[in-house]
Design a protein around this ligand. Structure first.
Ligand SMILES: Cc1cc2nc3c(=O)[nH]c(=O)nc-3n(C[C@H](O)[C@H](O)[C@H](O)COP(=O)(O)OP(=O)(O)OC[C@H]3O[C@@H](n4cnc5c(N)ncnc54)[C@H](O)[C@@H]3O)c2cc1C
Length: 222
């Protein structure tokens, strides 16, 4: 009845973005945005590196990526701090929630040391993973059955959902331009980022690298 997942999933729904677009947007400033120039991809690569190195970032704002993200609510909360994205999310008022919950796998580091802003996390002991798994799955199953009890006695979705925990999976669309995608990746595919949002960012970064390889090279050299 209740499903448990151990990772988030990112799908690229749509993209209108390219390295060529960055070059054209930069060249228009000299009145010289001739598409013929795009045939010289070495020149495009050199220009993109120059722009990135010198923080001439507006040419990287032309275009967009739209991702569909399936992730726990606590990751969505962090994600939606990024104000340059546009979002649409499944509604817990208009739909019945799906019984899918995130439970960390044994790959997820769980023991914290260090201080605020400089934590490190290590793998735990087998019994700790066992306790995480057994407590979380039991808690989610309980929460889900309480959700259904409330709904079955006529309580509205928007009220019944209040019994559900933060590891419930949610789905949203997130659309962003390449510049702000890079900003997001620099913060969220990074050692200090939450393990679960990092997994989302890693998947997004692969799509970005495929679609804008020259821009991606400049971004990685930063
Ligand atoms: C490791 C980590 C830990 C964090 N911990 C916490 C925490 O404990 N508590 C917490 O509340 N948040 C926390 N955050 C969230 C963080 O404070 C930012 O809200 C989040 O990373 C979004 O960053 P941003 O504002 O640069 O990005 P975006 O919102 O995507 O904005 C992109 C850029 O646009 C510009 N911009 C956007 N809006 C404005 C504005 N209103 N005024 C001026 N410039 C603007 C800025 O240049 C900004 O960098 C954490 C983030 C990270 C990565």
């Amino acid at each position: 009845l209740v499903d448990f997942v151990t990772d988030s999933e990112v799908t690229l729904v749509d993209a209108a973005a390219s390295d060529d677009m960055v070059a054209l947007a930069a060249w228009v400033s000299n009145g010289n945005d001739d598409v013929e120039k795009l045939q010289d991809q070495k020149r495009v690569a050199g220009l993109i590196k120059f722009l990135y190195r010198n923080r001439h970032m507006s040419p990287f704002e032309h275009g967009h990526f739209t991702f569909r993200i399936d992730t726990p609510i606590f990751v969505a909360r962090e994600f939606m701090r990024h104000r340059t994205f546009s979002f649409n999310e499944v509604s817990g008022r208009y739909t019945e929630m799906k019984p899918r919950f995130y439970v960390p796998s044994t790959r997820r580091p769980i023991v914290q040391s260090g201080k605020i802003g400089d934590y490190s996390f290590e793998e735990g002991e087998e019994h700790q993973y066992f306790l995480i798994n057994s407590n979380m799955t039991e808690n989610c199953e309980n929460a889900w059955s309480r959700y259904m009890v409330l709904k079955d006695c006529g309580v509205a979705n928007e009220v019944a959902r209040m019994v559900l925990p933060l590891n419930l999976m949610t789905q949203f669309y997130a659309t962003v331009d390449p510049r702000n995608l890079m900003h997001f990746l620099s913060l969220r595919n990074e050692a200090q980022a939450l393990y679960e949002i990092r997994s989302v960012a890693e998947q997004m970064e692969k799509y970005f690298a495929d679609i804008m390889p020259l821009t991606y090279d400049a971004f990685k050299e930063r």
